[in-house]
Design a protein around this ligand. Sequence first.
Ligand code: NAP
Length: 248
Amino acid sequence: MSKVVLITGASRGIGRATALLLGAKGWSIGVNYASNEAAARETAAAVGRAGGHARVIQGDVADEASVVAMFDALVSAYGRIDALVNNAGIVAAGMPLADMSYERLKRMFDVNVLGAYLCAREAARRMSKDRGGEGGAIVNVSSAAARLGSPNEYVDYAGSKGAIDTMTLGLAKELGPQGVRVNAVRPGLIDTEIHASGGKPERAAVLGAQTPLGRPGTAQEVAEAIVWLLGDEASYVTGALFDVAGGR
Ligand code: NAP
């Protein structure tokens, strides 16, 4: 029986690359997106070509009803859920905290923190052995920003990822006895469209060149770590914060 995973924010970037790798392993994948339906459909088609199955599932992770509906749609399509990749996330324009609006701060924490917690909650409800589940794995996509702090750029984003790290540590202990492993990857400067959405499309290339490995990472390089953490190869790994940051 193929394994079933929900990947939030799988239409583009790291989520998409993870979907393609898991598709090649024959997994069934819920390809969640927020607004870019065409990209989500393209990802789902590529998963099919790679050898997996995919369902496109629209939903804003910051909205509780949407999150519950996303999980219900996945389980009704495939009959089970074995894994969650808590990947959806946003940045915003770089600026000091003193210049950030309430609306920006609220959206940052609603999507990156509340959204990740809601998705982890729904996964815990369905995968915990005491609740009728069969166990599973969660990988949270944090950021090197959680330990760097991102001063003068986005301390809000960095703090939101710090919350993801802390959630990973607590939930790994809470869900270990339930047969659910919980880990995080902390990407560094990865070449995706997220930097353009923060107003700096060249950010990964410019800052990536200053890292010990001398270049930005690719979405696939992060996806490889996520897939490893999800798989049986990582069966004794839980509560890990795994840097994929080129030494940054
Ligand atoms: P990306 O290319 O901008 O893709 C973001 C994805 O998240 C898209 O699929 C987008 O859907 C989805 N999304 C955004 N808001 C959402 C919401 N409210 N509900 C559901 N889906 C939503 O980003 P990325 O670079 O792959 O980043 C993925 C994760 O890695 C994020 O958590 C990010 O913080 C983290 N990360 C990235 C880097 C980096 O350098 N790229 C570094 C460290 C950490 P639509 O296509 O519908 O917009």
